[in-house]
Design a protein around this ligand. Structure first.
Ligand code: NDP
Length: 274
C-alpha cells in the first residue's frame, strides 16, 4: 500500500516520480503561484507540474528557491508548448523554461500536445536533452494510442510518461492498458474534473464510509489504479486535504463502483464523438 506523500513510482529508466504532485495550471504568476508551491512544499509535496503555457514558471522557480527543500528531493515537470514544437525551437524553449525556473536540470519534460507533423522532430530534441543529461525523464501528454505507436516506431527512446485527462468520468482503459504494456507511466490531469465531480452521489457515499472527502476518494482511486495524480489548488487547506490520502485503502468493490462512473467524457476529451 502507498503510505506516504513521499512514495514514488519508478519509471522504466529507474527515475523515481512521486505518486502525488501539485498542478499549477491557472495559478497566477506572482504571489498566487509562489504561495501555492511554497505551501505544497512545506506540507510535504515534492512534485510540481507546470508548463511554459501556464506562464508561471518564474513563480514556481522563486518558490523553489525560497523553500528549504534540497533540489535532489524535488521532482519538477514542465512542458513544451505547441507553437515551440520542432527541433531547434524545442531546444530554445527548454532553455527558456530552465532560465525561468532557475534550474540547471529538469526532472520531467513533456510534449504538451501531439501536434501533427511536429511531434517526432520535437521528440528528437527531447532525446538529445535526455542523452545530454539536462532532463532525467522525458514523456508526452495528451497522446492517444495512434500517436504513441507512431512515435515509438520512429524513436530511440520510448516516452516514460503520458499525462492525460483522467478521472472517474474518463478512464481511458484501452490507452491505460497500452501504456502499461509499453512501461509508460500514466499521469492524470484534471483528476477532480475541475470540480465537476465534487457533488457526485456515489463518491460521496464512498467517502462517508472512510471518513474522507470526495477529492480524497478520487485521488486515492488514482493511486490504487497506479496513476500519478497532480490536483491543483491555490488554497493551503485544500492542498493539505488533497494529500491526506495515504492512511486508507479503497476496497476492490469500491474501486469497481468508481470505475463504473466512467462516461468516456471529459473536459478536453470526448471518446463518444470520435
Ligand atoms: P483539477 O481537476 O486538479 O481541479 C482543480 C480545481 O479544483 C480548482 O478549481 C481547485 O480550486 C479545485 N479544488 C482543488 N482541490 C479541491 C478540494 N479539495 N476541494 C474542492 N475543490 C478543490 O484540474 P486541473 O485542470 O488544474 O488539473 C490538474 C493539473 O493538471 C493542472 O493544474 C496542470 O498542472 C495539469 N494539466 C495538464 C494538462 C495537459 O494538457 N497536460 C491540461 C490541464 C491540466 P482552488 O485552486 O480554488 O482550490
Amino acid at each position: 500500500m502507498t503510505k506516504s506523500l513521499k512514495d514514488c513510482t519508478t519509471l522504466y529508466n529507474g527515475v523515481k516520480m512521486p505518486w502525488l504532485g501539485l498542478g499549477v495550471y491557472k495559478a497566477e504568476q506572482g504571489q498566487e503561484v509562489v504561495k501555492s508551491v511554497k505551501s505544497a512544499l512545506s506540507n510535504g509535496y515534492r512534485s510540481i507540474d507546470t508548463a511554459a503555457f501556464y506562464e508561471n514558471e518564474e513563480g514556481v522557480g522563486r518558490a523553489i528557491k525560497e523553500s528549504d527543500v534540497d533540489r535532489e528531493e524535488l521532482f519538477i515537470t514542465t512542458k513544451v508548448w505547441n507553437l515551440d514544437q520542432g527541433y531547434d525551437s524545442t531546444i530554445a524553449a527548454f532553455e527558456l523554461s530552465m532560465r525561468k525556473l532557475g534550474l540547471d536540470y529538469l526532472d520531467l519534460y513533456l510534449i504538451h500536445w501531439p501536434i501533427d507533423g511536429k511531434y517526432k522532430e520535437t521528440w528528437k530534441a527531447f532525446e538529445k536533452l535526455y542523452n545530454d543529461g539536462r532532463v532525467r525523464a522525458i514523456g508526452v501528454s495528451n497522446f492517444n494510442i495512434n500517436h504513441l505507436e507512431d512515435l515509438i516506431a520512429d524513436s530511440e527512446i520510448t516516452p516514460m510518461v503520458n499525462q492525460i485527462e483522467y478521472h472517474p468520468c474518463l478512464i481511458q482503459s484501452e490507452l491505460h492498458e497500452y501504456c502499461k504494456r509499453q512501461s509508460i507511466q500514466l499521469e492524470a490531469w484534471a483528476p477532480l474534473m475541475r470540480g465537476e465531480l465534487l457533488d457526485n452521489q456515489t463518491l460521496s457515499e464512498i467517502g462517508i464510509k472512510y471518513n474522507k472527502s470526495i477529492t480524497q476518494v478520487i485521488l486515492r482511486w488514482d493511486i490504487q489504479n497506479e496513476v500519478v495524480t497532480i490536483p491543483k489548488s491555490t488554497k493551503e487547506h485544500r492542498i493539505i486535504e488533497n494529500a491526506n490520502i495515504f492512511d486508507f485503502e479503497l476496497t476492490q468493490e469500491d474501486m469497481k463502483k468508481i470505475n463504473s462512473l466512467n462516461e468516456n467524457r471529459g473536459i478536453a476529451v470526448d471518446l463518444n464523438n470520435l
